[in-house]
Ligand binder design. Sequence first.
Ligand code: URA
Length: 427
Amino acid sequence: MNSFSAVEIIVAKRDGNALSKEQIAWMIDQYTKGTIADEQMSALAMAILLNGMSRQETSDLTQAMVASGEKLNFASLGRPTSDKHSTGGVGDKITLILTPLIACFGIAVPQLSGRGLGHTGGTLDKLESISGWNAHLSNSQMLQQLKSVGAVISAAGSGLTPADSKLYSLRDVTGTVESIPLIASSIMSKKIAEGTKSLVLDVKTGTGAFMKSVERSRELAQTLVAIGTDAGVATRALITDMNTPLGRQIGNALEVQEAIEVLSGGGPNDVIEITIALANEMLAAAGLPVQDVADALSNGRALAKFEQLIQAQGGDLAKPLPSANESQTIYASSSGVLTELDALSVGIASWRLGAGRERKEDQVDHAAGITLHAQVGEQVTKGQALMTLHASSEDKFARAIEALDGSFKLSASAQTFERQVVLEKVQ
Ligand code: URA
């Protein structure tokens, strides 16, 4: 590998110049090895945040991060592989439903997932509500389960994209998280290293999402799709609404319960709509013809696949999910249509109830969270229950209720309406 000067590379990006593939590869390699110091990488991250990166630079950065660690390969399965990634939201339990659903159509789904941080939940925390469920599979265990079940949900091993792990922690403390090239290369490096051949991205937009505006979400979606395409992964994205929570349950065990409801043919309309839209995109990205995915939800096939997946990873669905000791219900003070229910406020309230963590090493309370008795667009009458908060102790309620102050609006003059959840498609 060529040798460069870290200062020259930082100065080039500071002055708005494009970096070469070799410069990017060298910088990431040396940073992973510890030769380039955190302060130099921080300066480069800030220069990237301020001056951006071209499509070529962003793809080169992604490939450099992929090259920093091991790459999984599922070619021996002899089956199409597909994966889904969500940029994160409140009440987003779609991975739990989509993974077994897609596996019903003969596609192998190697789903590497993460944990929640802040107001957004993580798939692994949710599934760990199930007694005995194991989130840590080795690469060979994953391959084995993909052969036997067709789907696996696991924590990414530490061998995958070590450069991203280091850079992500650094960005977190240097005000450089919000750069689209840095976010996109971080997400896509993990997905490319995971070895999937096709990928569907659920890019959330709104108050409860990482990207608050549709314009920024569109730019992120386009960048993610471009990187995937450049890397030979058939990639598509949907931009979906995250101004209000998804579904009626927010919190780990509560979301598992709602996912099982949808896998059993029921559940809230918004969750079903997003699941079906993403499932159709995953099948198309994997090269399969259109299929009746709704039927696989209502006829029990997807639920049976979910049960197999959980069992294969040591989970016992016969044991009851954890439930909270304490609950408190909030009632409507007037009648009207619920026109707003802010996702961020509900996410923060659920987090304060114990469903989320503040620092990486914190434990989550699997039973904590919020049940919504009304969703946006529904008619509510005065005195009707709006939501119930669940926590391990009563002292958690005051701060959660504080977060919910002003989070919902009831309009006496509005008509009931069906919320639009899927906003745009990028491919
Ligand atoms: N998720 C990631 O994996 N990386 C980011 O930078 C942001 C969200």
